[in-house]
Design a protein around this ligand. Structure first.
Ligand SMILES: [Zn+2]
Length: 311
């Protein structure tokens, strides 16, 4: 087979998703671009002392990249074919530096999780400007929190950190929406009708929920999903309402202000919402990102045993 002819260089705005050292001094980078989807590029000599890429290919920054597209196939099986499937980075500039993201472990972890989830849920060649805008605005948010934390006293640091799980959960819900995988949170995923709490007198009210069936379910469709062999559990109504409030504040029963108030009072409520979105996303992606492993390695914060002392 003859190699394809060289293609003209392209440039675009980009956010780094993954960096892997390659050979003596090069880097392979995965980047999400605004107009070209995810691209996989080799930055030759990026590790050399006087590289033109030094200080450019950092996490969390908005970049302008200029590259020559690959001649080959990025999904090729052999290493040699795969490298020929990489574009070649020609120049890079930093448009927006977000150095405050690394100002606290919490903002760093949240931003890293957002990036890893984006890497896992995208493949080369499919452009989604909404996804790029989502990741960029999320990194802006974490950078702003990191900046504010740098100037905060202990008490105001606490009120900056308490909503952080909610911010990450909102990113995860919006990512799911970009992927067309948003769960039904307020109505039945099957019929669109009401999906009230199932009858469990003890503990917090809970509604039937099945990731495999698309989310919250009414009693009838929970029964049908179960009969069809799908796993159906239950989730606390307040967690579903909280998640709904994050993604669709205009139509949710919890307003943004109420949600923030709840999280300020009980920080674990934000963690319960993030536990839900994280597990749902893991289920949809069929993998658990490393950055999720520690948080979701803990027992499910929304399981009945955890919430109900009588269970
Ligand atoms: Zn239904």
């Amino acid at each position: 087979m003859r190699p394809n002819p060289p293609r003209p260089p392209v440039d675009d705005r980009a956010l780094l998703l993954k960096r892997t050292p390659y050979g003596e001094s090069s880097l392979v980078v995965h980047a999400l671009t605004a107009g070209h989807g995810r691209v996989e590029l080799i930055a030759k000599g990026a590790h050399r002392l006087k590289s033109r890429f030094s200080g450019v290919l950092d996490w969390f920054d908005s970049l302008s990249l200029d590259w020559t597209p690959p001649r080959g196939d990025a999904d090729a099986r052999t290493e040699a074919a795969r490298v020929s499937g990489l574009g070649t980075l020609r120049t890079g500039d930093v448009d927006i530096r977000r150095r405050f993201v690394t100002g606290s472990l919490e903002t760093y972890r949240a931003a890293h999780t957002a990036i890893e989830l984006t890497e896992l849920s995208t493949r080369a060649g499919f452009a989604d400007p909404d996804l790029f805008a989502l990741l960029e605005s999320t990194l802006d948010e974490f950078n702003a929190v990191g900046r504010a934390l740098g100037m905060a006293d202990a008490e105001s640091a606490q009120s900056l950190l308490a909503p952080l799980p909610l911010r990450l959960a909102r990113f995860e819900l919006r990512l799911l929406a970009c992927l067309g995988l948003q769960p039904a949170l307020s109505v039945c995923a099957a019929c669109g009708g009401p999906a009230p709490a199932a009858g469990h007198p003890e503990g917090a009210p809970r509604a039937p929920f099945s990731p495999e069936a698309g989310g919250r379910l009414c009693a009838r469709h929970a029964g049908e999903a179960h009969a069809a062999g799908r796993r159906v559990g239950t989730l606390p109504i307040d967690v579903l309402d909280g998640a709904h409030g994050l993604i669709d504040p205009g139509n949710a029963s919890l307003t943004k202000g109420q949600l923030l108030g709840l999280v300020e009072e009980r920080p674990e409520f934000g963690e319960r919402i993030l536990d839900f979105t994280g597990r749902f996303l893991d289920h949809q992606l069929e993998t658990r990102p490393k950055s999720h492993a520690e948080f979701l390695g803990a027992p499910d914060r929304n399981s009945r045993a955890k919430l109900s002392p009588s269970a």
